[in-house]
Design a binder for this molecule. Structure first.
Ligand SMILES: [Zn+2]
Length: 393
């Protein structure tokens, strides 16, 4: 089974538009009320929040106009926010209190498990109505909807639809994997396997610098200087060999285990211009790894947009700064290693291309390397950004 998120634009009529806005308003009202309670009384358990929600509805009957699960999702969301703050405090970060959200910042509400269905090109939302929805390429058959989040962006409405897709994996004969390349972990794959960065360069940089100082201290043209230069080159060579060795072994392992590998297209220029990181990125050898993989197996490069930010379960955006190692989704309460979450997103992006291809072709089949060009063409058609394919010869 595969979980995928599809994003579609909604076209509500005037009446629905104001209902959607009112719903967001109700969620925001509930959210802010809960923030007020937490800031007044301290940490609230899930039960505390649920009791509070029941009381709140009693005193504010207009909240009953909204689907009940949706307000429960607000309490899940706020519980997650509390936990995140707790974790930050534990790791020594200075944190303030939870903040009230303004109208413009609160832009998503969630239907979880019930209160929706899709029929004849429109999305039915309980207590809101049938909203016209444009589905590019449609939703794969044999899928069930797990969750729908509705987002307002610049007064436009979008639905993020989370699907459980059945019976797809057996038709793909090759094992697939998404790999997120990083600094702390050189690689983290969508099967949950992490490979720490050996950081050879950093470890061996000290002797290299020492020898470099020797070279510069010795008289030009002298035998001793020549010796030192040779010495310097040897250390350098040793570092390079170690790195190549590591990258070769790792890429061979992946090529043996998987038939198709999804990687993010590297944006080297962007990253290397960040000076603090530059050395380590150059050192970590992502480009070389990609090159090695390409001549050992099928590599598909997917667009790198938001793979770290998006939640791999529900698709909500969970922005995180570089130091935050854990993905903690406030919407679906998924907690995962940051890189693991990214790897799953990379796999899903790649799989999405295959799924769309299959659902439009209408035939069940296996994907051999030679079919990839077709798959990629299909991927282009769905606006997922250009994808490059590299095939082992
Ligand atoms: Zn989530």
């Amino acid at each position: 089974m595969l979980i995928r998120t599809f994003k579609f634009r909604l076209y509500p009529d005037h009446n629905q538009h104001s209902k959607l806005n009112r719903t967001l308003g109700a969620c925001r009202y509930t959210y802010n009320k809960m923030v007020e309670k937490i800031n007044r009384e301290g940490f609230q358990s899930r039960n505390d929040l649920n009791y509070f929600l029941t009381d709140l509805k009693e005193s504010e009957p207009w909240l009953y106009e909204n689907h009940s699960k949706m307000l429960q999702m607000v309490s899940t969301q706020i519980y997650g926010a509390q936990r995140s703050l707790q974790e930050l405090r534990k790791t020594g970060h200075k944190t303030g209190n939870l903040k009230f959200v303004q109208y413009s910042k609160y832009d998503t509400f969630v239907y979880n498990q019930s209160g929706y269905h899709i029929r004849d090109g429109s999305l039915h939302l309980s207590k809101i109505g049938n909203i016209k929805m444009v589905q590019h390429g449609g939703i794969p058959q044999n899928s069930t909807i797990k969750q729908i989040s509705i987002t307002r962006k610049a007064n436009r409405w979008f639905a993020n639809i989370v699907l459980n897709i059945d019976g797809l994996l057996p038709t793909i004969s090759q094992k697939l994997v998404g790999i997120d390349l990083g600094i702390t972990n050189f690689a983290y794959d969508s099967d949950g396997c992490s490979i720490p960065n050996p950081l050879n360069y950093a470890n061996l940089l000290k002797p290299l610098k020492r020898v470099q100082r020797k070279v510069s201290r010795r008289r030009k043209g002298s035998q001793n200087r020549k010796k030192a230069i040779l010495w310097y080159r040897r250390i350098h060579q040793k570092i390079q060999n170690k790195r190549r060795d590591f990258l070769h072994k790792l890429s061979t392992q992946y090529a043996k285990r998987y038939g198709m590998i999804f990687l993010e297209r590297l944006q080297k220029l962007n990253m290397v211009s960040n000076h603090r990181l530059a050395q380590r990125i150059l050192d970590s050898g992502w480009g070389t790894f990609e090159r090695f993989l390409k001549y050992k197996t099928c590599v598909v490069l997917v667009a790198p947009n938001n793979t770290t930010v998006d939640c791999s379960r529900c698709g909500s955006a969970v922005p995180k700064v570089l130091g935050v190692r854990t993905h903690r989704c406030h919407v679906c309460s998924l907690v995962l290693d940051r890189d693991y979450n990214a790897a799953i997103n990379i796999l899903q992006k790649g799989m999405g291309i295959l799924v769309m291809h299959e659902s439009t072709a209408g035939t069940a089949g296996t994907y051999a390397c030679r079919d990839l060009a077709e798959v990629i063409e299909a991927g282009r058609g769905y606006g997922r950004g250009p994808v490059e394919v590299h095939q082992a010869s």
